[in-house]
Design a protein around this ligand. Structure first.
Ligand SMILES: *Cc1c(COP(=O)(O)O)cnc(C)c1O
Length: 376
């Protein structure tokens, strides 16, 4: 167990009381708390509709279904993401087409998208990596020009904003969120799809619950293949309580990022993450980059000192399964450079400036002693 994990949930007494209150109510599965949570989410992000689901992965699957993604469609996305983004494309029979990442934000490179558009392209799925918004103006423009659907994988980005608007409220076709414990807020497992489009909303609602609706006679009928992707009222009660603290959580995370910036400023060996103009990150993750020859030693040194480190992400196309199904020839140059140099440091709401000073001093000591770098 490392004292400083890369992420950590924040549950207090109010959260616990909210869940206990629901346990004593008539609804354990989807009920009034889910509705209340959806309304609060939509209001928070500035979207017309929110549909709560059992996980971010379920949300992605439902969004692709609602968008009418079909067998053989191509979807342009980033390799710097969790596998669920593209796994659910494969579940639809669609083919992920990977664009390279930017060298500064490590988000999808908006200038590498258009050349990958073909007659089969149906959608673009940008991922706001680490909670740092993608260049959505440019991406939306390309989508409009080629008549493509935009579904944001916003699993990292609840509470982040782009040009003054919250992620989830940008008016793209749909945006998908996750409430897994390391994410900005948690419901244990959970997720949501936000949209302004009534047609998508109706389909999301239908497919979330088996594709079953009531006919004119009040009988339950199934007209479409649906799933059980519902969230429970127990989880929604936790979500409502967590959402009330989101702005505070984001403020804490932004403080942590600020401290890293301050205390890393003297270590020129390190490349820090960048917020581009108009983008306000929620800092779901804090990733830095170091010379690939030094990364291994740095990891060992950090772990020896009780600081947990991770790598977000190895490129999706490099996973054995993806290699096996035909992505072996793909190597994107910025992504390949990134995979050798990225390292995820702790970033969560319990960290103090003292912790960050400690982490920075450990990194500095490692670089000085292992590589005889003089840092002053
Ligand atoms: C966490 C995550 C998901 C999946 O969310 P779950 O709630 O764990 O199913 C999808 N995409 C990205 C980018 C994520 O980080």
């Amino acid at each position: 167990m490392f004292i400083h994990q890369y992420g950590r949930h924040n549950i207090n007494k109010k959260d616990k009381q909210a869940v206990l209150g629901t346990l004593a109510s008539d609804f354990l599965t989807q009920g009034p708390k889910v509705r209340e949570f959806e309304d609060a989410l939509a209001r928070y992000a500035g979207a017309k509709y929110a549909v709560a689901v059992g996980s971010g992965t379920a949300g992605l699957h439902l969004a692709y279904l609602a968008a009418g993604i079909d067998n053989g469609d191509e979807i342009i996305t980033t390799p710097n993401t969790f596998v669920a983004t593209t796994n659910m494309m494969l579940a639809m029979g669609a083919r992920p087409v990977f664009a390279d990442i930017r060298a500064d934000t490590w988000n999808i490179d908006e200038n590498d998208i258009e050349k990958r558009v073909t007659k089969k392209t149906k959608a673009i799925v940008p991922v706001h990596f680490a909670g740092n918004p993608c260049a959505m103006d440019a991406i939306t423009k390309i989508a409009r020009k080629h008549n493509l659907i935009v579904i944001e994988d916003a699993c990292h980005a609840l509470g982040a904003s782009y040009k003054g608007k919250k992620i989830g409220g940008l008016g793209t076709d749909m945006s998908v969120f996750s409430f897994h414990p390391v994410k900005p807020i948690t419901t244990g497992e959970g997720g949501a799809v936000l949209t302004n489009n009534k047609k998508y909303y109706d389909r999301l609602i239908l497919l979330r619950s088996h594709g079953v609706t009531k006919n004119k006679k009040g009988e339950n009928v199934m007209n479409e293949l649906g799933y059980n992707y519902r969230l429970s009222d127990l989880q929604a009660a936790l979500g409502i309580s967590q959402l009330q603290k989101l702005n505070h959580f984001i403020a804490q995370r932004r403080k942590v990022a600020g401290w890293y910036k301050k205390h890393f400023s003297i270590i020129s060996e390190i490349q820090l993450p960048k917020e581009t103009e108009g983008a306000m990150s929620g800092w779901h993750l804090y990733v830095i980059r170091v010379n690939s020859r030094k990364r291994g030693a740095l990891q060992t040194f950090l772990q020896k000192n009780g600081i947990g480190v991770n790598y977000h992400y190895p490129p999706v196309y490099g996973h054995p399964y993806y290699q096996k199904i035909g992505f072996r020839a793909i190597k994107l140059s910025n992504m390949e450079e990134y995979r050798r140099t990225c390292i995820t440091l702790p970033c969560h709401t319990f960290l103090s400036e003292k912790d960050i000073i400690f982490i920075a001093s450990i990194i500095r000591t490692c670089l000085e002693t292992s590589f005889r770098l003089k840092i002053s």
